[in-house]
Write a protein that binds this ligand. Sequence first.
Ligand SMILES: [Fe+2]
Length: 418
Amino acid sequence: MRTERESQIAASLADRFARTRALSAELAEPLSDADATIQSMDDASPAKWHLAHTSWFFETFVLRDHVPGYALHDERFPFLFNSYYEAEGARHARPSRGMLSRPSLEEVLAYRRAVDEALLAALPGLAPDAAALVTLGINHEEQHQELLLTDILHHFSVNPLEPTLWQGAPKVPVAMPGPIGWIEGHAGIVEIGHAGDGFAFDCEGPRHPVLLAPHALANRTVTNGEWAAFIADGGYRTPAHWLSDGWGWVQANGIEAPLYWRMEKGAWTRFGLDGRRPIDPAAPVTHVSFYEADAYASWAGARLPTEFEWEAAAASHDPASGNQLDAACPVEPRPSADGAAFFGDVWEWTRSAYLPYPGFRAAEGAVGEYNGKFMSGQCILRGGSCATPRGHLRASYRNFFYPHQRWQFTGVRLAKDL
Ligand SMILES: [Fe+2]
């Protein structure tokens, strides 16, 4: 017999599951079957694949493993929609995800509806360990909502027509922010990592002490206007600002500006989910790589923060505040009136490598592959972006990408030693 408290927890989990699943479908709503099928680069996945893969996650780890008698919606789908789980066996190659013209978008949406129905029916009877996997699946789907948006932006960017996914609202002119101010950070021993009962990914713990040297963080992120000054000052042509790997990347790829920027009639424009528009000089710069972030910091006489400096400063801020994803619309970083905002707008590159915290142990079984096996050669980003679903973030949240990658909404907060 369930207690009233257990029934309330199951009901709120069902509600969050339904809302999360609905938002994914809403984000894909403007897409044709062709839009949802294409794959513009190996790093990005088709929208249809995101919609199916997130369903596969619930079907595999909850319905198949915890609901007696559940029959797979389609026996062929696990091969197509397993992303990287070796424990789940062979799978379709990632760079070929754009070859899947079948199943159609309509068939994938039917797969989603079937999984939703089965999961909502099973949820009230799930044991706590299975319910915890539903929570993990919801957080997983929220990550894919952000990827769905950044991937479709990339797919559209390589089409010379530069399609517009949503019409943007008219831009209201905003005053340029003043010069960067510096906030002195916590120095000495600070506690880092997730604590408490709420959900966190395994890589956010264990909580542990870290020693911080005296330092300060900028009170806001770097703007497009400041980035344009870096370009005008020869920032992309001056090797002294760049890490060796970064300079090699600039040379090999002819990098001259953030991704999606283009010079038109003497002025910088950018491509976004609302099409091509002039850059907003007051808004945070985005779509820059770790290499670019580090070079900018060097040019500015500063450095990037460590992930620990960032977390110590952000711990007193509301992770649900700021410009984050609430509904299907042309998300983009916005000029912020709140100079101290730590969450939303752009993921902030840190100089910290993605490494396990002391005492880290990956979970048993396939879901143990979620984070731990990627702790090699990647950099930590903190704070979330305009495409991160509101409610998904925490001060301890660790995102990670390779240093050359820049198709996410990635930006820069400066730091300096004191
Ligand atoms: Fe995934």
